[in-house]
Design a protein around this ligand. Structure first.
Ligand SMILES: [Zn+2]
Ligand SMILES: [Zn+2]
Length: 294
């Protein structure tokens, strides 16, 4: 079966043609997912998996690398179960390890923070490139007040979707910028490119490492503080670090000619709507980005 990943008439995700396989089932005994189209399944709770009461689930397979999707999920030909193939020694209820021979490469949707639209209500008078790209930092705030955390840093754009903006342009392409985790803090910065993108892959990688250090240090400084006080400190530490002219990462030669449109900002996704709007205002331009979670 071939479908197009069309969400509605005006909002299209990456226009990928997505092959899908149905007959994946939930097992009421082990709560796992298994392929129901073959006999001889093996359940970790004993005997065969039991599909009674299950919906018919479809899995996408053989997708090109796509932001917001995780690939390398595999079917095991011994137990019929679905397992993640990216880690060593996955234990199989049929004995030994799961066996992926004959499996497609399945992908699962990840809940993502997405730029739903990017608009340029007022382009100003600057000539030349009107291409923008976004830096996004995500850090999980540990609920127990401790220091166990994870961070993520991405760069998206300009690509063919945030380039050549002119006055009044609105771009509706959905662009996934980070994983969505309700306990995470998000800081975003929009940058207007001048010629070549100053944040090369090498600089992106230096930023990823540097921001993780900044985050870890801020976590250590705030152990035991209330979660709101902590978030204040964490947010300003990352904003400072990401701010091209005053950040502690200024030893990284980022933003040579490119214009950072205002200071980096905290992105708050209200739990009742999971949507937000941010304005990025710089010399001669003001962009408006609308975010959502899907
Ligand atoms: Zn089972
Ligand atoms: Zn198995």
């Amino acid at each position: 079966m071939v479908i197009k990943a069309t969400l509605n008439a005006t909002h299209t995700r990456e226009m990928i043609v997505m092959p899908q396989q149905h007959d994946w089932r939930w097992c009421r005994k082990c709560q796992g997912l298994f392929f129901g189209g073959r006999p001889g399944s093996r359940c970790p709770a004993g005997g065969a998996h039991e599909r009674a009461g299950s919906s018919n689930y479809s899995l996408a397979f053989d997708l090109p690398a796509t932001n917001g999707w995780q690939s390398d999920w595999r079917w095991c030909n011994k137990c019929q179960g679905l397992f993640f193939g990216g880690r060593p020694d996955p234990s199989c209820p049929a004995g030994g390890v799961h066996e992926r021979a004959g499996s497609s490469n399945y992908s699962l949707r990840q809940a993502s923070v997405i730029v739903d639209r990017m608009a340029l209500p007022n382009s100003g008078d600057e000539w030349g490139s009107e291409d923008v790209y976004m830096l996004t930092f995500r850090g999980s705030v540990p609920a127990d007040g401790g220091v166990n955390s994870e961070t993520q840093f991405t760069v998206r754009g300009p690509g063919a979707y945030w380039n050549n903006f002119t006055n009044g342009d609105v771009r509706n392409r959905d662009i996934a910028i980070a994983a969505y985790e309700p306990d995470s803090l998000y800081i975003v910065s929009l940058i207007e490119e001048d010629g070549e993108r100053d944040v090369t892959e090498e600089i992106e990688s230096a930023y990823r490492t540097g921001l993780d250090v900044v985050w870890t240090a801020a976590l250590a400084r705030t152990v035991g503080q209330s979660i709101n006080d902590r978030i204040e400190v964490l947010a300003s530490a990352v904003i400072e670090a990401l701010h091209g002219t005053s950040g502690i990462l200024t030893n990284i030669p980022v933003l040579g000619d490119d214009d950072q449109l205002g200071r980096p900002q905290r992105l708050v996704l209200p739990t009742n709507s999971l949507q937000a709007v941010l304005d990025f205002k710089g010399e001669g331009a003001r962009y408006r980005a609308t975010f959502k979670v899907e």
